[in-house]
Write a protein that binds this ligand. Structure first.
Ligand SMILES: Cc1ncc(C[n+]2csc(CCOP(=O)(O)OP(=O)(O)O)c2C)c(N)n1
Length: 514
């Protein structure tokens, strides 16, 4: 056994059996070790942003980390934007980043770089395995870091000689994980008092509080207290649809977000952060809360949210039943294809337990309104604002949940960042339907140009915000990567393609020209 084998054994002993990878020469012994491990599923991504984004989607749905395999500093750097999104989602992940053999570093060979400095800002934990003897302990430390609290990004730098050197084998045992912090009695009492004092109160929630059972109890608390229940603007995973609590999110658009909290006197945070503007806008507040609003942080994302919600229910009492969304299929509009028509068609046709991966940017803003009564589904979002996550996220979610339909809501500009994720969907025969919102522009930035007071777009600005010359052909792109595809240009056309796409298994793409 060599260090690379020990690494595989340690991952497997801890239930980590999926590795999203894009390897190079320095990782060849790890590749060989993976090759000797039939229990480890290895998935090739053709760009590191696909690898890290897929590991994010996988862990959000599997509730356990995947490993990634990345090639030195440049490979890691290519994957950083989606590591940033995963870090914001508090996704657990273990990145194995190869480095040169320790004795080779003095030569400053072309691929040598400061991997630690590249890794640190997007990682909760960074470690180095310099010898085969320390690989096991370093891997265990990485797993512990990834699985502590809500979850973390652990980056383990593996030197080539630590991977290839023979070392005695001791069967690893699962690492012990620290317990989540439970309720703080004084804070629960303070939140309960706030919920009884008659002032306008919002319970702002995220993380595991957005799972079905927790939402149910939270809604019963909110009803009892006359408080509003609301989700953070961006969340890793949310369970919604018919038979579940119909929950709204804080709007993205700054004026709407400010209006949403204009009369809020007290805010109780459960796994969420106090709302702020996505960006600064001249003359507008950065905080979305009125200055006098009192904020009570009842639970950080790292707490045991279930235990804290239970404690709050005991302290405040609950209404007998939660208000659950009824099954509702809105009437499909005809004629022009719009984002709303797409949401309505999905509300009618989405199968039970679908997984929606949303990177629809401006086109998805009204998706919730039409889909409260859709079949129950999980909703996964862009959490860190770094676009290019949608196709990889859907890819990883489909690896985690092979029996569920994954539906990607994908803006075209964002989709182009990691379009090669479609190839992985074809290679792995993943059951993913990608819907491209082909507005052929960076629509959001047209609005932001005005919102920040930079004035209307001239010719140069327009050329930096429009994608129509030449127009992208998504059907040809998808087919070139082995994914069947069709184009829809009317509401009726979209509905028909959607029905046939949902009736089949395997990857499919619809270019929805809106
Ligand atoms: C990594 C990264 N690069 C650039 C941006 C800036 N940005 C935000 S939205 C956007 C384009 C969005 O266009 P598209 O995905 O087509 O969605 P639309 O606005 O048309 O709905 C860009 C370039 C970003 N958020 N993240």
């Amino acid at each position: 056994m060599n260090g690379a084998d020990i690494l595989c054994e340690t991952l497997l002993a801890n239930g980590i059996d999926t590795c999203f990878a894009n390897p190079g020469t320095s990782e060849m012994h790890f590749v060989a070790a993976l090759d000797r491990q039939p229990r480890m599923r290895c998935v090739l991504g053709l760009f590191e942003g696909v690898v890290t984004g897929a590991a994010d989607g996988y862990a959000r749905m599997a509730d356990k980390p995947a490993a990634t395999l990345l090639h030195l500093g440049p490979g890691l750097a290519n994957g950083l934007a989606n590591l940033h999104n995963a870090r914001r989602a508090r996704t657990p992940m273990i990145n194995v980043v190869g480095d040169h053999a320790t004795g080779h570093l003095i030569h400053d060979a072309p691929l040598t770089s400061d991997i630690d400095s590249l890794a640190r800002p997007m990682s909760h934990w960074v470690g180095r395995a310099e010898t085969a003897q320390t690989v096991g302990a370093e891997c265990e430390a990485a797993i512990r870091a990834a699985r502590s609290g809500a979850g973390g990004i652990a980056t383990l730098i593996l030197h080539a000689d630590a991977a290839w050197t023979e070392t005695p084998f001791v069967q690893p045992i699962p690492v012990s994980l620290p317990e989540l912090a439970g309720p703080d009695a004084a804070l629960v009492a303070r939140a309960a008092a706030a919920l009884r004092n008659g002032r306008q109160t919002t319970l702002l929630i995220s993380g595991h509080a957005l799972r079905d059972r927790q939402l149910d109890l939270l809604d019963r608390i909110a009803q009892k207290a006359g408080a509003r229940l609301l989700a953070q603007q961006a969340n890793g995973r949310m369970q919604r649809g018919a038979g579940r609590v119909a929950l709204d999110r804080v709007p993205y658009v700054i004026d709407q977000a400010l209006a949403c909290f204009a009369t809020t006197e007290q805010l109780i945070l459960i796994g969420a952060k106090a709302p702020v503007g996505f960006f600064a806008y001249p003359g507008k507040s950065g905080s979305m809360l009125p200055p006098s609003c009192e904020v009570i942080e009842l639970a950080s994302p790292d707490h045991d949210l279930t235990a804290i919600i239970n404690a709050l229910a005991d302290a405040v009492g609950t209404a007998p039943a939660a208000r659950l969304a009824a099954r509702h299929r809105p009437d499909l509009p005809t004629g022009k294809l719009t984002p709303d028509a797409i949401a309505i068609a999905l509300a009618g046709a989405m199968p039970d337990n679908a997984i929606i991966c949303d990177e629809s940017v401006t086109s998805g803003r009204d998706f919730f309104r039409s889909t409260y009564g859709a079949a129950p589904h999980d909703f996964l979002q862009l959490t860190g604002g770094a676009i290019g996550m949608g196709i990889p996220l859907a890819t990883g979610a489909a690896v985690a949940c092979p029996d569920r339909k994954v539906i990607g809501l994908q803006a075209d500009g964002s989709g182009m960042y990691t379009v090669q994720g479609l190839w992985t969907q074809a290679r792995e025969r993943l059951d993913v339907l990608t819907i491209i919102f082909a507005n052929r522009r960076y629509q959001i930035l047209h609005g932001e140009l005005l919102n920040v007071g930079a004035g209307p777009a001239g010719e140069t600005a327009r050329r930096m915000l429009d994608l129509e010359d030449p127009a992208l052909d998504w059907v040809m792109m998808a087919r070139s990567m082995g994914v069947e595809a069709a184009r829809a240009e009317s509401a009726e056309g979209f509905r028909d393609v959607l029905h046939s796409a949902l009736a089949r298994k395997g990857p499919f793409l619809i270019e929805a020209v809106i």
